[in-house]
Design a protein around this ligand. Structure first.
Ligand SMILES: O=P(O)(O)OP(=O)(O)OP(=O)(O)OC[C@H]1O[C@@H](n2cnc3c(O)ncnc32)[C@H](O)[C@@H]1O
Ligand SMILES: [Mg+2]
Length: 172
């Protein structure tokens, strides 16, 4: 089968490939930088979920694979506290869209304030860590969990939930 990957972000690509390779056979991958059609920095669960779904559908339209993945990161606030939130979706050839949410974790107040001022988490994390492209490696989750959970592991759980739902739908 053909699996479409709607991102070129290597942390997300690795998450999709690790889980697909574990549970599906004879897979060929096609990658595209699919548009999310939401803000660069989604600011609610609804918007983050929509970004993942849009990426999955845009990947389906571009590569027409059997399973087309979209993964999206964003933030949302509960009271005065800001959490990172993560969503994934897969669009099937017949237009069915499977979705699942993943881990959420609290962002430190100094990071949350930068986002409230309109900045994006990617560049804010690079400034905070004095490194480049945090979002392609450990991610904010890796930094703020002392390396216990990196961005790939976080998205792997979402991909596993999606493939599990796909296998359930196609059970014999
Ligand atoms: O190439 P794409 O697939 O777009 O991957 P991305 O890293 O930009 O990821 P998202 O668009 O899903 O994330 C939305 C925004 O939040 C940032 N972001 C999300 N999660 C992050 C993390 O764990 N570490 C650093 N930045 C993160 C990201 O850089 C964007 O500004
Ligand atoms: Mg992005």
């Amino acid at each position: 089968m053909i699996v479409g990957i709607g991102t070129k972000n290597r942390a997300k690509v690795a998450a999709i490939q690790h889980i697909v390779d574990q549970y599906l056979q004879d897979v060929e991958y096609i990658q595209v930088a699919a548009a999310s059609n939401v803000s660069e920095q989604p600011f609610s669960n609804e918007e983050t979920r929509q970004g993942a779904i849009n990426r999955a559908i845009n990947t389906l339209e571009e590569v027409k694979a059997d399973l087309n993945f979209g993964l999206e990161g964003g933030v949302h606030e509960i009271g005065n506290e800001m959490y990172c939130t993560n969503w994934g979706a897969a669009a099937l050839k017949d237009g069915t869209v499977i979705s699942a949410a993943g881990a959420q974790f609290l962002l430190p107040e100094e990071i949350a304030n930068e986002l409230r001022a309109g900045k994006e988490l990617g560049p804010v994390m690079d400034a905070y860590t004095k490194q480049q492209d945090t979002r392609l490696g450990a991610g904010a989750v890796g930094v703020f969990t002392a390396g216990l959970v990196d961005r790939t592991e976080m998205f792997e759980h979402i991909v596993k939930l999606i493939i599990g739902q796909y296998l359930f739908m196609h059970r014999k």
